[in-house]
Write a protein that binds this ligand. Structure first.
Ligand SMILES: [Mg+2]
Length: 219
């Protein structure tokens, strides 16, 4: 494993960790409502839960992290830790890129919980980046679920797989709905990178407009 390895840029919330499932439980308590009344198929920002009346998303987020250990206690997405272990064992460099520090004043808590959680689930990683501009750190392929991140990455020419959830149904592919699919797509992408062939992200397969000329080995 070195700088010449194929790099997979991995988002955490909604991709490796079941962010929306964990937030739904915490929000039910915070809103003092039965959990069944909270819509499961949320959009980005959780507007379906009516949290604006109670102070808005930032307040819920702060409560979730600082009082309910959101980043330490959330469940992983099915198969995510095991597939990441397999990919790492095959020489793919796991670069975690998360925007968990977007709120001020509890960065230490957020970072500590994140590192503890990654250890608890034995999730391998070489790099851990707390970044808003995910394209700035570079990866050969990214996987993310937030529509704004996916769109921005693709606009920067970064090859990005959408990890399917209710927040991103309208985005064009490539997309994966399970970590088994992620595994196959990442292995295909590395093969393309090794051989110079293009299928997964080839011209005409990506409505975001990436074409063969956008393929940049070594980015
Ligand atoms: Mg995410």
């Amino acid at each position: 494993m070195d700088e010449s390895s194929f790099i997979l840029g991995v988002d955490l919330d909604g991709v490796v960790g079941d962010f929306y499932g964990a937030m739904r439980k915490i929000a039910a308590e915070w809103l003092d409502r039965p959990i069944e009344t909270l819509e499961k198929e949320v959009s980005y920002g959780l507007e379906e839960w009516g949290i604006d009346e109670y102070g808005g998303y930032d307040r819920l987020h702060r409560f979730a992290v600082t009082q309910r250990n959101l980043f330490r206690d959330m469940e992983p997405i099915k198969d995510a830790p095991a597939v990441l272990r397999k990919l790492s064992a095959r020489g793919i460099r796991i670069r975690i890129i998360t925007h968990r520090l977007f709120l001020k004043y509890f960065h230490q808590t957020s970072i500590t919980q994140t590192v503890d959680w990654l250890d608890t689930w034995d999730i391998p990683y070489w790099d851990l980046c707390f970044m808003a501009d995910k394209g700035a750190v570079g990866a050969h392929v990214y996987i993310d679920d937030a529509p704004s991140n996916v769109i921005r990455l693709r606009n920067q020419g970064c090859k990005t797989i959408v990890f399917t959830n209710s927040t991103n149904q309208d985005l064009p592919g490539p997309r994966a709905s399970s970590w088994k699919e992620v595994e196959r797509m990442v292995m295909d992408a590395r093969e393309e990178w090794n051989t110079g062939t293009r299928t997964l992200f080839g011209a005409g397969t990506d409505a975001a407009g990436m074409d063969a000329a956008g393929f940049q080995p070594g980015v």
